[in-house]
Design a protein around this ligand. Sequence first.
Ligand code: DO4
Ligand code: MG
Length: 289
Amino acid sequence: MFYNQILLNNKKHVTVRNDEDLDRGFILPRQVVSSTMDLFKSSLITGLSVDKLTEKLIKKFSINETYINGSLLIPFDAPEVWAFGVTYMDSMKERQSESETPDVYAKVYNADRPEAFFKGTTDRIQPPLGDVGIRSDSTWDVPEPELAFMIMNSKIAAFTVGNDMSSRSIEGENPLYLPQAKVYDKSLSIGPFIVPIDNVEDPQDLEVKMSIFRGNNLVFEGTTNTSNMKRNCEYLLDWLLRHNSVPDGTIVLTGTGIIPPPEFSLKESDNIRIKITGIGELVNSVVKV
Ligand code: DO4
Ligand code: MG
C-alpha cells in the first residue's frame, strides 16, 4: 500500500491507498496514528508489517474508503536526509565533463567508499507539488531524480521518490563548493508516497523516468533503471552507518542516473515530473531562490 500525509482541516492526517494512481483511499484516525513515522514505529514495536497494522486499524475503526482531497504534505517527517553521488556511470561522466577537476569523479566511482553528503533536515524538505529552487547565483541548474530509502532500526524500511536539486555551475567551478551546490532553500523534495519495503519486489530493478515541461512543451525526458546503480541500496546503507549514527526515519537519496544534456538548464516555472515504477510520481515546479 502507498502512504502519505495530508493537511485536512488544518491538521495532519495519514492516508493510505491501494494504488498510487487512486484518488481514493483511507484516512487513518489521528488519535491513533499522528504521522507516518508513528505508523512505521508502531510496526516495529508490534512486529506487524505496516500494511497488516493498517488493515487492522481500518477494520477496528470501521474506516470507509473515501476521496482524498487535502493538500499534500511531505510523506514522511525525516529528521535527516543524506544523499549519495556518482552511483551511476552516467553521473560520473557528466560530472567529469562539467568539472575543472574531473579526476575526483572517476576516483570516487571506482573506489570502495562512496560519496555521501548531508542534504537536509525535515523543514528543508519540499512537499510533492511544492516548489523547488534554483539559486539566483547559479547559471546551470538541474533536478536529480533519485530512488530514496528510509531507515528504521538501522535497516531499510521504505522507499520514496527524491529530487536532489543541484547547481552544476557551482559544483563545476570547484568540487569543494558541493555543499552550496546541493544545500540551499528548496533544494530537496520527496514523495508523494512512502512505500514499505515489503511492497517493493526488487529495489534494484525499478524504472526511473524524468520529464520536464516548460509551459506545454516537453523540454527534457530521460529514463534509467536502478539496476544501473554501481552500488545498491544495502551497500549505501552499510557505508552511511559506519561510525555515523542516524536517527530513525532518516531518508537517503541514492544518486541520479538521469542527467539532462549540457545545454539544458532549468528555468523558473518549469514543471518537473519524476516517476519511479511502483513507488510514485513526484511533481514540483521551479522557483528562483
Ligand atoms: O558529486 C556530486 C554529487 C552527485 C550526485 O548528487 C548524484 O550523482 O546524484
Ligand atoms: Mg544527486
